[in-house]
Design a protein around this ligand. Structure first.
Ligand code: VGL
Ligand code: ZN
Length: 205
């Protein structure tokens, strides 16, 4: 049984948003074109309390892009983004979020970030997505969204760790590229973990 997982297609990751991903808006039409090809569709939502530990604004001597130790876990510092109940945290307006799409929120603990839709970055706390997929009999997930080199990558890698078959829909993803080449390296890392990489055109029912 297949499921489509839409990663963090939220206003703050679109051009003009707080943590804009270049061409992030291009993934919306890809997502919309795939929605009715899957019985099970999941959307993850980055959902931070204000003052989240991943926000550079919480660390006065630090800057966006710096890497710090946040309670024992390496953490890239980001602009304030996807703050709970703000428009930036809403799903992209043009994304056809129908009511049967199940939403999993992540990043709600101020002390640790959660790039993956399955676990916090220290792998101690689960979002419930893994259990929900298992209960639905899903053994193959198709993953796309924002950003390729962070939340998409970590979601795909965790799905593999959980024993799922994983297909990355490459044209449905865009990345941050904090360092040039980050997206290409992320895709190679996913491939090395057994993720297959395809174009949305090849995804059929
Ligand atoms: C993301 C950085 C911080 C993502 C979320 O969705 O890829 N990246 N929070
Ligand atoms: Zn975040």
């Amino acid at each position: 049984m297949n499921a489509l997982i839409l990663i963090d297609i939220q206003n703050d990751f679109l051009p003009g948003g707080a943590l804009e991903v270049p061409d992030g808006d291009h993934v919306i039409s890809v997502a919309n074109s795939l929605l009715d090809r899957f019985e099970t569709v999941i959307a993850t939502q980055d959902w931070h309390p204000s003052g989240h530990g991943s926000f550079a604004s919480e660390h006065p001597d630090r800057h966006v892009g710096d890497v710090i130790d946040l309670h024992g876990v390496g953490q890239v510092l980001w602009p304030d983004h996807c703050v709970q109940n703000t428009p930036g945290a809403d799903f992209a307006t043009d994304l056809n979020m129908h009511s049967s799409i199940q939403i999993f929120r992540k990043g709600t603990d101020s002390t640790i970030d959660s790039y993956s839709g399955f676990f916090d970055n220290d792998h101690r706390t689960a979002t419930g997505l893994g259990d929900a997929l298992q209960a639905a009999g899903v053994d193959h997930v198709f993953v796309m969204g924002l950003a390729t080199d962070y939340c998409v990558k970590f979601t795909a890698l965790d799905a593999r760790r959980l024993g799922l078959a994983v297909t990355l829909i490459e044209d449905g993803c865009r990345g941050v590229n904090l360092q040039p080449g980050d997206v290409d390296r992320a895709i190679e890392e996913m491939r090395a973990a057994g993720v297959s990489v395809v174009s949305s055109k090849s995804v059929t029912k």
